[in-house]
Design a protein around this ligand. Structure first.
Ligand code: AKB
Length: 339
């Protein structure tokens, strides 16, 4: 008999870090992971099996299919927005072809064990594309179906994969004699910029916020690559992980859509600097905008309407900006760099 489990791809990345800790603590099902990089030893102890390799390797997925009955997939593996602009074809390969492989894997699992596999997909505010600062200011809190014209490869990949997820869930092989759809229960969250005390991101364009905070805590100078007035939504990692788990566990009948915005606060880069200075008074934080990365962040909304997530599956971030800094980031980051 194959064993029930939860599969996490891209497990050694930022979200994986928090997710493994929380899932292992709750102990619902054994966790198996796929990543190119091994997990840190402390996390490795909490998973049943690590598969080292790429999500594009068919033999890895086939091995998992033969050994495990995967009940839930958290498909976190991705190449983020800045990195994908330097290597768009690789970005497309990992972000789109990789997701297609995982959706196909989930379909095969669902067909073999007869129940829908819950497939959690972290999409992004990068799925939006506002054409100008005027449009961004006028748009306010954008809804899921507005401004879906991303300017980055990563944003295009995320938006398209949301459609692929919907296809697998509702329309897969619609001309076949028997109904094959319904074996993938696709659920996506459009994440804002994320800030973790445990990890520093790399390859993203919302990275200026976590980079600024971590640099100050390490006593290093930081030149922020966007203007002080730049504003996008953010959330701290524990709330991001809670949101993923809440959506994963939501009753299907409550979900009126497949893709949900979420956010917790939306400070400007200047406001983040002020907060960091209040905690690290000597911090050397300046602004040296990189016009090209700035243009990407300017195309993302200043705020998102996450009313659907709140009413359908109870999104309720615990941390606003002040609590995120005071109760989560600062104590944990101070502790981290004191060691
Ligand atoms: C990035 O900056 O690429 C990501 C994102 C906003 O999805 N953090």
């Amino acid at each position: 008999m194959r064993k029930h489990c939860t599969l996490i791809t891209g497990a050694s990345g930022e979200i994986g870090h928090g997710l493994i800790a929380k899932l292992a603590e709750e102990g619902d099902a054994p966790i198996i992971t796929i990543d190119l990089k091994p997990l840190e030893p402390e996390l490795a102890d909490r998973v049943e099996q690590q598969y080292l390799g790429s999500i594009l390797e068919t033999h890895l997925l086939e091995r998992i299919l033969s050994e495990y009955e995967v009940v839930t997939v958290f498909h976190l593996a991705a190449i983020l927005s800045t990195r994908a602009e330097f290597t768009p074809l690789t970005g497309h390969q990992i972000n789109v072809e990789g997701t297609l492989k995982l959706l196909d894997f989930a379909q095969a699992e669902g067909e073999s064990h007869g129940r829908a596999v819950v497939f959690l997909y972290p999409s992004s505010i990068a799925a939006y594309g506002l054409p100008s600062l005027e449009a961004k200011a006028a748009a306010g809190a954008v809804r899921e179906n507005e401004w879906n014209e991303p300017t980055t490869m990563y944003g295009c990949n995320k938006l398209y994969c949301e459609h692929l997820g919907r296809y697998y869930a509702r329309h897969y092989k619609q001309l076949a004699a028997e109904t094959l759809s319904g074996k993938v229960d696709f659920r996506a969250i459009r994440f804002p910029g994320l800030i973790s005390a445990a990890t520093v991101p790399s390859g993203g364009t919302s990275d200026y916020a976590p980079e600024m905070i971590h640099a100050a805590a390490r006593g290093e100078a930081y030149a922020c690559f966007v203007r002080p007035d730049t504003r996008i939504p953010f959330m701290v990692m524990p709330d991001a992980v809670d949101a993923l788990l809440k959506l994963a566990r939501a009753e299907p009948s409550r979900l009126r859509q497949m893709v949900y915005n979420i956010a917790a606060f939306n400070p400007s880069a200047g406001e983040i600097r002020e907060l960091v200075l209040a905690s690290f008074p000597g911090a050397d934080i300046s602004f040296r905008p990189d016009l090209k990365r700035q243009a990407i962040v300017d195309s993302w909304p200043a705020d998102v309407d996450d009313g659907a997530a709140r009413s359908d599956w109870g999104l309720a971030p615990r941390y606003d900006l002040a609590a995120g800094f005071g109760e989560y980031l600062l104590p944990r980051i101070r502790e981290r760099y004191r060691r």
